[in-house]
Structure formats: structure tokens, C-alpha cells
Design a protein around this ligand. Sequence first.
Ligand SMILES: NC(=O)c1ccc[n+]([C@@H]2O[C@H](COP(=O)([O-])OP(=O)(O)OC[C@H]3O[C@@H](n4cnc5c(N)ncnc54)[C@H](OP(=O)(O)O)[C@@H]3O)[C@@H](O)[C@H]2O)c1
Length: 354
Amino acid sequence: MWQQIHRTARRRTEAVRIRSKAGTFHALAFGRNSGKAGSGSLPTDSRSEPDSVLCAQLCNTFDGFERFFFGSRTSSCPRWFKVSPRHAIGASHQLIGETNMSRLINKVALVTGASSGIGRATAKLFAAEGANVVIGARRQSELDSLVKEIEQAGGQAVALAGDVRSEAYAKALVDLAVTRFGQLDVAFNNAGTLGEAGASTEVSEAGWNETLAINLTGSFLGAKHQVAQMLKNGGGSVIFTSTFVGHSFAFPGVAAYAASKSGLIGLTQALAAEFGPQGVRVNAVLPGAVDTDMYRDMNNTAESQAFVTNLHALKRVATPEELARSVLYFASDDSAFVTGTASLVDGGASITRT
Ligand SMILES: NC(=O)c1ccc[n+]([C@@H]2O[C@H](COP(=O)([O-])OP(=O)(O)OC[C@H]3O[C@@H](n4cnc5c(N)ncnc54)[C@H](OP(=O)(O)O)[C@@H]3O)[C@@H](O)[C@H]2O)c1
């Protein structure tokens, strides 16, 4: 069975999910005649670009490809490293890539803050890796369009809109995972806010409380119900989105944000110690700057973006997709012996003084 999950508008490059006797895998195919029906596209007109540029786009989009092979074509791109015609499927398809995108096959994953940014990218990656995904945030329409996108790509997702400050919402997300997909294996507590910024002597009690309620208490309430469910399955993986701010790097004017996100590291350690014996792993990712709505709201001038970019050893900020790949590591069995960690994914911001 073929399911197209992406296609360039012009060149008709396709990524397909193929179910065969050998199992489920993803593949890329291109050629003028590779016209399987479906929707979704890579963002550029790649018709006039050299193969290596197209390859880079595809490799970035579908990271995780283990083997690449070609029907009748070769490419100069070093990431398309293995040439083999053996997987050409059908006369109209030149199959050029195969992947092992199955790190979350048969898993059910819950993602909060999935309406944009890091959460959205992670929900998409989890689904592409085979997970059935439950997504949450307050904005219903963004969640609905993400569900549609995941389904069009051949995955399964269900959305429930709500506010992570509500314990009833935390429980409802878990209940939805169980009623719709039967279990819960992975929970990414990612919803967050910068909250009230400014001199700490001026921050209001309400602003402080709101920031902690969303970033710290909201994550705790989520984990409380997620872990309880995971214990019934014999284990699982809980991941929190913390930050380098307030851990390895201090900025003035964001005390509530820093305190709430640092609190997640203590929570990570406490839960990891408490539930490790029953097979629940708990980790926190600490992103550097990531190009999302939150980052752009905070850094809305070219000067500010240049300043933040320069803080990182890599001299750039991350894409949401890069963060998603780090989260995938903690979600999957690749990190089976990793728990209680606060993992910097910060482009070297913490070790940079220039
Ligand atoms: N971007 C960065 O540079 C950076 C760096 C380090 C850490 N982080 C952390 O990464 C996480 C994701 O942020 P992002 O950068 O991807 O920004 P974003 O695009 O603004 O995403 C924030 C997400 O949190 C959700 N959210 C906020 N308040 C909520 C609430 N009360 N209830 C439910 N959902 C809520 C938002 O959805 P709705 O508005 O639809 O509710 C949205 O989906 C945050 O925890 C943030 O602190 C970001």
C-alpha cells in the first residue's frame, strides 16, 4: 500500500509510506511520471535546482533516512550515499530513498503546546515515526489543521483544546489517549509562556503566578496524570521543555520564566527517581533559541535577533524541527537508559563567551 506524505509542487518528488510484507517504511521517489494522488508539498519549486539542493531539502525534511538508492539516477550529493536500483517499485516510480522512520511504531504520544513552534514540529515528527498522537493547546483551529496535516501524511492524530493550568484538562488529554488509542507511552509537556517580563522589582504577583502556573504547575499536572497511566502500561517516557535561560545562561528581566523552567529540572529529577523502578523515564530538554513565535515576539528587531544568534557557538538559532529530533531521542528507545537528565540542546550557547 502506498501513501503519499509529501510531494514537491513541480518536480513531483514524493515521500511515501509503504506497507509491505517486509514492514512499514518510508521512501522518496521522484520523476516526471511519479504522479500518485495525494497532497502536501515541500515549499519550493525545485524544478530548476540541482539535485544536491533538492536532496538537502529532502534530507532536512525527512531526517533519519538510513539508506538511499536510485532507480536510474545518481546524484552528486554526499548524503545520497548508496546507489542501488533494487527497490525501484513500478515503472512510473524511481524510488530513491528508504528510511527507518519507525522509532515510535505502536506508541501513543501526547504533545502539549502543539499548536505552533517546537510542539507542532514534534507532533509531526512523532507521527511520521509511527506514533498515534494526541495534541493539545488552547487554539482549536491550529490543532485541527495539524490533525489534518498528520492524517494527510498517513498518520493518526486527535486534538483536544484546553489550558494546561487546568488539572481537568491534563486528565482529559490522557483519557483521550486511552479511549482513542488504548494507552499512553510518551508525553511531551512543552506548553509554555515567557510570561510577564521586566525588572523583577516591577513584576506583579499575578504575572509571576501565571508564569509558574503555565510553565511549572501545568507541566506537573500533566505529568501527574500521564505517569499514572504509564504505570498501567509498564512504563513510558515523559519529557519537559525547560530552557537554557536560568540554568546555564542568565538574562535580566525574565525571572519568573527562568524560575519556572528551572523548577522543571527539579521536577524531572524527582519524578525520574520516584518512577524509574516502574519503568517511567523522565527527562528535560533545554533548548537554546529556537525560531518560533515565542522567539520572534521576544526578539522583534534585527539587532535583538543578531544579539541572540551570536550567543550561540553555532552562530544561528535552531529550527523547531531540530528540537523535535532531540525530543524524539528521549521519546524513543534510543534513550532507554537515560533518565533524570537536563539535556542542553542549545547550539553551544552555554560554552560561548564570544
Ligand atoms: N523558542 C525558544 O527560543 C525557546 C527556547 C527555550 C525553551 N522554549 C520553550 O519551548 C516551548 C515551546 O515554545 P515555542 O518556542 O515553540 O513557542 P510557541 O510557538 O509560542 O509555542 C508555545 C505553545 O504553548 C502553548 N501554550 C501556551 N500557554 C498555554 C496554556 N496556558 N495552555 C495550553 N497551551 C499553552 C501555545 O498554544 P496556544 O497559544 O494555542 O495555547 C503554543 O502551542 C515553551 O515551553 C518555551 O518556553 C522556547
